[in-house]
Structure formats: structure tokens, C-alpha cells
Ligand binder design. Structure first.
Ligand code: SAH
Length: 239
């Protein structure tokens, strides 16, 4: 793991330890590396200043642009399901605040994360830099198409809610044999968190793990933009 002096600041260490003991351990987060990562990364750096007092609440929080930073428990579950050992390159879709990428960066060799809202990525980059997290590469783009120029990936984490069928481009970018992906998929308002595997023959299987609610994954292989979604019934075409 990286020696990162700016992580685990003394002032908020007790809050992180309490979060781990009250929110994660009783809900069966077991991987010691995940618990350690959650105990080190200062979540207050990733939330808007006026919400800093709520940084260790057991809930998602707004981060601007209509988006949210996920609940700590959800970040931990997704990280644990990926069974990272420290050697992987992980693709994340939906950098948002940059918090979950910072957690993954403790657990894998490298994180490539794609975000469609440039302002969010700019802010996330500033925080990663301040914390000395040098193994995260942020890219602006449509993450439903993955990151073909960096593929294939041993692990993919999708942090926005996908339609019932996960984007085929993401499945294609999973390394056959070892590739695994965590992805919330379902309706726009309620999803199931799936663990998807791609075997050596390229066969894809998935297990539903828990119910969850994420902001929608918008893009070419995701949901259409809200605006189009709203007018769609009135302007339906067959194209
Ligand atoms: N992982 C984030 C949670 C972000 S919420 C965190 O720890 O804070 C989901 C994010 O997915 C939002 O920032 C949203 O803008 C982004 N998103 C939605 N659709 C996307 C797409 N097609 N490509 C990239 N990012 C997308």
C-alpha cells in the first residue's frame, strides 16, 4: 500500500473509527483491507464545506450538480465485493466527489475513473492531489462506454444506477477469467447491486446482492438524459 502522510488526519480519526465500528462491522463488512481503507480516507474532504459535520453520517450526501456521495456502507460493500488484492487496475464509472475512487486507490494498484460532469471531476482531482493520491486517473466522458484506451480491467465499479441490462461495453472491457464488476441495475428509482463475473470463455454470470438507490447512469448505453426522458412520451419516434 502507498505511504500517504495526508491520509488519516488525527483530528477526524475517531469519527472514522466509529463509522467503521458502528456502520460497517455490524453489517458484515469483513475484509480487513476494506475496513482499514475506510478508516484512513478523510470523507470530510469530499463533501461540501457546509456538510462537513455530516461527513461520517450513515447516509449519502449531496455534492452539487444534482449528484451525491454514496453512503459509506455502500462504498465499503462495493469495494469488498470486488475482492481486490492490490495488483489490479480498477475502472470506476461515476467519480462524483472522488471518495469511492480514493477508497479503491488504497485497495488496488491503479484506479481509472470516468465522470460525465467536468466540474465534479475538477474538484475531485483537487482533493486527490491534496491527499497525495497519485494512482488515480480521472477522465471526463461517457462512462457507459468504459475506457477502451485503458481496457481490459480486472475490476469495474459502477457508482450510478444502470438500466436492467448493464452496458455491453463495460462487460466487453472485463478481463476474461478474472474480470468482475459491481453494478447497480434496475429501474431509474430502485436497483439491485449485482456482482458480475466474466469467465475464461467470456461467459457472463451475475448474482444479486442487495437493493440500493443510485442516481441514474446517463449515457449512450445507460439512461437517456432527464430532459429527453421527460418529453419522450410526447415526442416518441422510432429512430
Ligand atoms: N462514486 C461517487 C458517487 C457519485 S454519484 C462518490 O464517491 O462520490 C454518481 C456519479 O455518476 C455522478 O457524479 C454522475 O455525474 C456520474 N455519472 C452518471 N452517468 C455517468 C456516465 N455515463 N459516465 C460517467 N459518469 C456518470
Amino acid at each position: 500500500m502507498l505511504p500517504i502522510p495526508a491520509l488519516d488526519p488525527q483530528a477526524t480519526r475517531a469519527l472514522r473509527q466509529r463509522m467503521v465500528m458502528q456502520q460497517l462491522v455490524p453489517r458484515e463488512i469483513r475484509d480487513p483491507r476494506v475496513l482499514l481503507a475506510m478508516a484512513r480516507v478523510p470523507r470530510e474532504c469530499f463533501v461540501p464545506a457546509h456538510l462537513a459535520d455530516h461527513a461520517y453520517d450513515d447516509s449519502p450526501l449531496p455534492i452539487g450538480a444534482g449528484q451525491t456521495i454514496s453512503q459509506p456502507y455502500m462504498v465499503a460493500v462495493m469495494a469488498e465485493l470486488l475482492s481486490l488484492t492490490g495488483t489490479e487496475t480498477v475502472l470506476e464509472i461515476g467519480a462524483g466527489s472522488g471518495y469511492s475512487a480514493a477508497i479503491l486507490a488504497q485497495l488496488a494498484q491503479r484506479v481509472v475513473t470516468v465522470e460525465r460532469i467536468p466540474e465534479l471531476l475538477e474538484q475531485a482531482r483537487r482533493v486527490w492531489q491534496a491527499l497525495g493520491l497519485t494512482n488515480i486517473e480521472g477522465m471526463v466522458g461517457d462512462g457507459t462506454l468504459g475506457a477502451p484506451e485503458r481496457a481490459p480491467f480486472a475490476a469495474i465499479s459502477v457508482t450510478a444506477g444502470a438500466p436492467p441490462e448493464p452496458p455491453p461495453s463495460l462487460i466487453d472491457q472485463l478481463l476474461p477469467g478474472v474480470g468482475r464488476m459491481v453494478i447497480p441495475a434496475g429501474s431509474r428509482g430502485l436497483q439491485t447491486l449485482y456482482l458480475v463475473h466474466r469467465d475464461a470463455e467470456g461467459q457472463v454470470s451475475r448474482e444479486g446482492k442487495l437493493a440500493c438507490i443510485f442516481v441514474p447512469l446517463l449515457g449512450a448505453e445507460g439512461w437517456q438524459e432527464e430532459f429527453w426522458g421527460l418529453i419522450h412520451p410526447f415526442f416518441r419516434t422510432n429512430t
